[in-house]
Write a protein that binds this ligand. Sequence first.
Ligand code: ZN
Ligand code: ZN
Length: 93
Amino acid sequence: MAFSDDIVKQAWERSGTQCECNKRNHSHHYIPCAKFLVWNKRGSNSQGGWETFQIDPAGAFTLDNCEVLCWRCYEMESLNNSGPAISNSLEFK
Ligand SMILES: [Zn+2]
Ligand SMILES: [Zn+2]
C-alpha cells in the first residue's frame, strides 16, 4: 500500500525538489509551501526530509494522486486524515 518507486520518482521530478503542499491551514505563508527537500532524506524527520502523500486516501496510487510534501506538512496532513487512534499513538512515541 504505497506508491511505486516509479511514481515517487516522477512526483519528485514534478515537484522540482520542493514541497508541493498548498494547504492554507498550514503554518507556511507561501502557497505552495516550496520547502527545499533532499532526495535521500525521504521518510526522515529532519531538515530536507519529505514523504509522498496520497491526496485522496481512497484514490489510486497514481502520479495524479501523489503529492511530495516536506516532513512537517506530511505530518500535519497525516494527522488530519487519520482517526484519533493514530494521532494518539504518534503522540506517545
Ligand atoms: Zn511543506
Ligand atoms: Zn503544508
